[in-house]
Design a protein around this ligand. Sequence first.
Ligand SMILES: *[C@@H]1O[C@H](CO)[C@@H](O)[C@H](O)[C@H]1NC(C)=O
Length: 319
Amino acid sequence: MKSSEEGTTGNKTSAITFVILGFSHRPDMKVIFFILFLCIYIITVLGNLIILLLINMDPVLHTPMYFFLRNLSFLEICYTSVTLLRVLVSLLSSDTSISFAGCAAQMYFFLFFGATECCLLAAMAYDRYRAICNPVDYMVIMNKKECMQLAASSWICGNLVALGHTTFIFSLPFCGSNVINHFFCEIQPVLMLVCVDAYWSELQIILAAAFVIMMPFLLTLVSYGLIISSILKIGSAKERYKAFSTCFSHLTVVTLFYGTVVFIYIRPKSSYSLDADKVLSLFCSGVTPILNPFIYSLRNREVKGALFKMRMKLFYHNF
Ligand SMILES: *[C@@H]1O[C@H](CO)[C@@H](O)[C@H](O)[C@H]1NC(C)=O
């Protein structure tokens, strides 16, 4: 294993060079994992790009719901590019070291896109709530400007959260080992290298993170509580199904997203160091981005229609 000159006590923290452990312990698995993650990455980017293009091209999809979906697809592309692309690069290169600033930047972007996704999912739940509970006002209230403001505040919120967390973590003193037992600079493995009062700083971070995740989660939950209670009041079963089907895709994505977040982060610490666990958590973080386009294109008649139209256009263009 490679060790860097700096990183012990007495040195300036910003002079530390971290070493990303990644797959170093299983070089025989590198090729298999590279191919696997490359496939996942390509499918994720292609799927979300198709959704982006469809929504841009088809006027039927120029509604608030699809405006948010376009934003979400764009976000998923950014998110996987930060995580999976980094893993792919580290699988290819033999140099596993990363500078202090590089590590901080990686964590910032990872947190930025993650927190923005929480907020955006809450904004989408609010949009569904408006559409189902106040259908008459909906067209008036959710105009283009308000959608853009809601989406923009999600990005701003995500940015502030990421900035706060990253600044706090990287202002803590690092000492001892500089080996990050993960594929990129994620919160937990980096926190393990913090020396002074690690327990308290960790607790603070966990509480702050829980708060950050809880806020949009609660908003999403409240929106869906109101949606479900209002759907239950609808008399005819057919109308009820119609109302529910407009939020089914989003509800699936929300469940997947928070399900994997809980699975990755809210588990006993001891199991975290296991190597299989590391890979599993990486897989999990890719579940929502890769499934998002499929969930939306398989469930929604409008998206299916747009896909059909695009295929027809391509067909007539070629022949
Ligand atoms: C996402 O929303 C922001 C804020 O409204 C907007 O500036 C941006 O263009 C949107 N991106 C996409 C791909 O729709």
